[in-house]
Design a protein around this ligand. Sequence first.
Ligand SMILES: CC(C)(COP(=O)(O)OP(=O)(O)OC[C@H]1O[C@@H](n2cnc3c(N)ncnc32)[C@H](O)[C@@H]1OP(=O)(O)O)[C@@H](O)C(=O)NCCC(=O)NCCS
Length: 182
Amino acid sequence: MLTWNLIPEPELTSTREADIRRMLVASFPEYTDFFTHNSFWGSKPEYRLIAEDSNQQPAAHLEFGYRTITVADAPVKIAGVGAVAVHPDHQGKQVGKLMFANLRQYLLINTDVEFAFLGCHDEVEKFYTAAGFTRVHQNVYNLNPDSNTWETYHGPTMVMPIHKCLNEWRTDGIIHLRGMPW
Ligand SMILES: CC(C)(COP(=O)(O)OP(=O)(O)OC[C@H]1O[C@@H](n2cnc3c(N)ncnc32)[C@H](O)[C@@H]1OP(=O)(O)O)[C@@H](O)C(=O)NCCC(=O)NCCS
């Protein structure tokens, strides 16, 4: 039995943040060094969506924040999503899919966000598609948090409709994040 919590970043305790880091290390063994010290990459989170097990340990996590980006120079309100993970003990049980259903429900009721947005690796595109995202094939211009330089990202980019329909996403022109990715 998992308990879902939506936590505004200022209310995240250091104990809970440490628990999230431990969970991210377990889920991303190839990034152990990074997640030993960090619980997100890029833009600072505004909210955490966490599922906790009966021992109050994180079983699933994502973080998100709001921003108006531009797509082909037109403004688009997004929730940028990052640090998506399900603890290995809980993977393959539809927990990740449920996490995005919960996120979508929250954004629909509480915000005027048009799309949820994320960048991912090729290997997990299928998961995000199952969770309600669609891949868009445009370049993304953003501030790289590691090099602190503006650059064009060419990896898989996924969007999920919230208050707009998928056919309202402009498929021409560059996606300008106006800041760091998530
Ligand atoms: C990717 C991840 C979040 C998926 O969570 P999960 O709870 O195991 O996924 P679910 O059980 O909800 O799977 C939902 C669907 O996606 C598919 N899926 C899940 N992981 C997948 C993967 N790695 N590759 C392809 N398909 C995948 C499932 O088969 C399932 O399909 P179905 O709806 O047809 O049954 C989880 O495996 C994880 O944390 N991995 C390590 C960290 C990571 O890669 N995070 C993403 C970084 S961008």
